[in-house]
Design a protein around this ligand. Structure first.
Ligand code: NDP
Length: 520
């Protein structure tokens, strides 16, 4: 394990840190080391080197976190909504104050470009808190006036009570964005939280913990336990005092969680994998479809669950679209995530890099033709990309893959059925609307889909028939936080977003009050 933390560059500023930073837990309002005293390596994907250490927590830490959350629940759940709003808005202000530092940390930790971290990840984390801070002030309960035959009258009203301690477990691809997407509605609803970010990208969750302390979030309302899924996640899920699990991650992990939590009758929200179709009809707005298809396939190195990795193009424009698309994709620059003109940054880990490369080999074995990309990119020769000051020049020894477009595969081969979650897309011609709907729906997943057409009737018709939780027509990743977000089939159970998430973190209780006897 290396003992020197590589330096990080933000704009013209150079930060150098002499000792390896340790990422510790946030329990009961304090930053605390793991009970075991041991730490895991945390890698910087751009460099392929360890740059910080992460608490290797376990059952004892989860136990402490749950105890703190349990103690905090009575106070937090009865705190007036306006006070919850105010503390959450202070967190928003602090995230926005530290936007540059958080974006830099996200880019260094994940390998994503600094540009996308600044434009998407960190602003969205602030938006998540802002959205649910205000939602806490607006959620209302229903009432039903009842009159029965014979004249008995009653008033039914529904109480919506926070569940108690809840578990939030998130993945590495949009670290702070998805972490806060769960935490914000949970605490807005009055729950207290034990949360686990991905061990692969823990840094911004650690920074968030410090911002929560600064914002005055009461101790125990949010507890963050770092470490691995099999140790920390697997201790949160079955804990008897954790009433619900909100999980985003892979379908296989979701299955494991459901197996444990299901028989315990815990509430479960599972946001899982995707293999999303992008359907382009010949009557589309060509230039828009071309540009957005490239973005949908390769944004964030293709490491977004909503990426459109199966591209279906109607035959009359197939050859033209393919040529233009491949030319565009070939121009994307793979490089240092911190450089302003980089389009595709580093892959998050060596393990994930190997997985993506194995799928490129599989595609070839299945008869696919690589139209562009297909190779790992070695940037180790590129050592002077950053202002160095007194800090030694660093080697970009991390994990990079060329954006890859593959043709010639059937819709039912493994490459087109399994989630790759990297900068790899397939392109296929189709002839009829029915055929492309069948192909689009042929996978086990059903998270999102994109449809490009100027034909209004067709847009609605196809949107209704596609098996997915989200359909974008003539756009991609255009989000409104009020809308239900989630998948069908093996892409998940439940919905996040809007009041759906507040409903998830609360339990409904109907109270029926008899108002009058029937007339004598
Ligand atoms: P994983 O399922 O591997 O991990 C997700 C989280 O679960 C991590 O924090 C992980 O810990 C933890 N975990 C692992 N095992 C267990 C367990 N047994 N019990 C409890 N928690 C556990 O997913 P990835 O992090 O690899 O993320 C990529 C996946 O996430 C892709 O499939 C992608 O499609 C999906 N995703 C879905 C989204 C959606 O909204 N539907 C959005 C974004 C991503 P550890 O730190 O050890 O990995």
């Amino acid at each position: 394990m290396s003992a020197i933390l590589p330096f990080c560059v933000s704009d013209s500023k150079v930060f150098s840190i002499a000792t390896m930073e340790t990422i510790d837990n946030y329990i009961d309002g304090k930053i605390v080391p793991p009970a075991s005293g041991s730490y895991l390596d945390n890698f910087e994907p751009a460099m392929g080197e360890v740059y910080s250490l992460i608490a290797d927590s376990g059952e004892r830490d989860v136990e402490n976190a749950v105890a703190a959350a349990k103690d905090a629940f009575a106070g937090w759940s009865t705190t007036p909504a306006e006070e919850r709003f105010e503390v959450m808005m202070r967190i928003v202000a602090l995230i926005e104050r530290d936007l540059d530092a958080l974006a830099l940390a996200e880019s260094v930790d994940n390998g994503k470009t600094l540009a996308i971290a600044k434009r998407l990840d960190i602003p969205r984390a602030a938006s998540n808190f802002r959205f649910y801070a205000t939602a806490a002030m607006h959620i209302a309960n229903e009432s039903h006036e009842t009159t029965q035959a014979g004249g008995v009258q009653a008033l039914n009203y529904t109480l919506r009570q926070p569940l108690g301690v809840v578990g939030c477990i998130s993945p590495w691809n949009l670290p702070l964005y998805l972490f806060t997407w769960k935490i914000a509605p949970a605490i807005a609803a009055g729950c207290t939280v034990v949360a686990k970010p991905s061990e692969v990208t823990p840094m911004t969750a650690f920074m968030l913990a410090k911002l929560c302390i600064e914002a005055g979030l009461p101790p125990g309302v949010l507890n963050i336990v770092h470490g691995t899924g099999p140790k920390v996640g697997a201790a949160i899920v079955p804990h008897k005092d954790v009433k619900a699990i909100s999980f985003t991650g892979g379908t296989k992990t979701g299955e494991e969680i459901a197996k444990v939590a299901g028989p315990m009758f815990k509430k479960l929200s599972l946001e899982l994998g995707g293999k999303n179709p992008n359907i382009i009809f010949a009557d589309c707005n060509y230039e828009q479809a071309l540009a957005e298809t490239r973005r949908a396939a390769f944004a964030n190195q293709g490491e977004i669950c909503l990426c459109g990795s199966r591209i279906f193009v109607e035959r009359p424009i197939y050859e033209r679209f393919k040529a233009d698309f491949v030319a565009d994709v070939s121009r994307l620059k793979v490089g240092d995530p911190l450089e302003a003109d980089t389009d595709v940054g580093a892959i998050v880990s060596k393990q994930h890099f190997d997985k993506i490369m194995s799928y490129i080999e599989l595609a070839k074995a299945e008869g696919g033709t690589i139209l562009c990309g297909g190779n790992a990119v070695d940037l180790t020769a590129k050592t002077e990309t950053r202002p160095v000051g007194s800090v030694p020049t660093r080697r970009l020894g991390g994990w990079y893959i060329e954006p890859t477009v593959i043709e010639g595969l059937g819709h039912d081969c493994r490459t087109n059925q399994e989630e790759i979650f990297g900068p790899v897309a397939t392109i296929m011609p189709f002839d009829t609307e029915d055929e492309v709907i069948t192909w689009a729906n042929s996978v086990r997943y059903g998270l999102s889909a994109t449809v490009w057409t100027e034909n209004l009737s067709r847009a609605h018709r196809v949107a209704a028939k596609i098996e997915s939780g989200i359909v974008w027509v003539n756009c991609w990743l255009l989000r409104d936080l009020r809308t239900p977000f989630g998948g069908v089939k093996d892409s998940g159970v439940g919905r996040e977003g809007g009041f759906e998430a507040l409903r998830f973190f609360t339990e409904e209780k109907n109270v029926c009050v008899k108002l009058s006897e029937p007339p004598a």
